[in-house]
Design a binder for this molecule. Structure first.
Ligand SMILES: [Zn+2]
Ligand SMILES: [Zn+2]
Length: 178
């Protein structure tokens, strides 16, 4: 049987179930992730989702491997600009950002702060380091990639093939501004 795990927001009202292991665990240093984090942490009660060196850690899950168990009514989407293709979903019960959905993507980047420390997946690499003006503060424990690596795209494609090229819809309609 595949292992499932329950993860959730800080206050415990919004829960998700993830099935199996993520197909990739990484930290993103891109301008959009840093800008979004800076805006979302201003929401009442919110905590920063960045590491001390400005990275956003997330686990990539196929959309058909994640279920909303409770708190669906708390979820709102946040876009950096009105016409941005990507959206970040926030659990507004405690203003915890929960995941990033890229436009047309078959996967979700689930923020690692949803896991308790003991079971939190470990990042394998950092991407988009080239967006930083000064990358000298990054630890050298894992690969620091300037953009996205071929391995990153290969994993995304492999996951989509395994899904039979389907793209399940994530139903979040409410909007939040920050
Ligand atoms: Zn909450
Ligand atoms: Zn990013």
């Amino acid at each position: 049987m595949t292992k499932t795990r329950i993860i959730g927001c800080t206050c415990g009202k919004t829960h998700f179930e993830v099935e199996g292991e993520p197909f990739l665990v990484s930290e993103c240093l891109c301008n959009s992730c840093r800008a979004a984090a800076a805006r979302l942490e201003r929401l009442p009660g919110a905590q920063s989702m960045l590491t001390s060196y400005q990275a956003t850690p997330s686990a990539e899950y196929r959309k058909d491997r994640i279920k909303i168990l409770s708190g669906a009514e708390n979820l709102r989407e946040f876009r950096l600009t009105a016409d941005a293709g990507s959206r970040r979903i926030v659990a507004t019960c405690c203003n915890t950002p929960v995941f990033l959905e890229m436009k047309g993507a078959h996967w979700l980047s689930v923020y690692l702060h949803l896991w308790p420390a003991e079971t939190r997946p470990k990042p394998e690499l950092r991407t988009m380091v080239g967006d930083l003006q000064d990358a000298s503060g990054l630890p050298a424990d894992i690969l620091n990639l300037k953009t996205h690596h071929l391995k990153f795209y290969a994993k995304l494609l492999a996951a989509w093939i395994a899904m039979g090229f389907r793209n399940p819809k994530i139903n979040v309609t409410g909007v939040i501004d920050a």
